[in-house]
Write a protein that binds this ligand. Sequence first.
Ligand SMILES: [Mn+2]
Length: 170
Amino acid sequence: MSTPISALQALLAQPKQVVITTHHKPDADALGSSLAWAGYLKQKGHHVTVVTPSDYPAFLEWMEGNDEVVVYDRRQNDRQVRDLVSRAEVICCLDFSCLGRINELGEYVRQSSATKVLIDHHQEPEDFADIVFSVPTAAATAELILKSSATWATSTSSPRASARRCTRAS
Ligand SMILES: [Mn+2]
């Protein structure tokens, strides 16, 4: 049976256009996990854009990758964001469980033909995503990002793990 992590690995086996988004008025977990996940996927060769549905406090701007975040503003960049979301092949939704939490972006995400991935620790996720990591017992979405990337890195289906197996066998 395929697990969410194996489904995600299959989905992201080739470089993809990825949009990562998180909830309205992102907090440290929302923005931090989005930027960490973006960095991880970029290392794997994906083209990644983090889009936030609103601005966020200046005290979060120190985070690595902050300069490349697209902050949605209906009057400033509606067209750009709508195009980004509709062209995405994969949309990762982090740290929220229903599309109502991302304002106008929610409708754009719903209408996009991208494969949607939900990574979240809130209760009762809305049924909109194709691959779901919903773990209400997790302390933070960042914990799920760390565990997902660690599981991925050590998975036997990753090239590095396969290479290690081959080395041991020889
Ligand atoms: Mn949050």
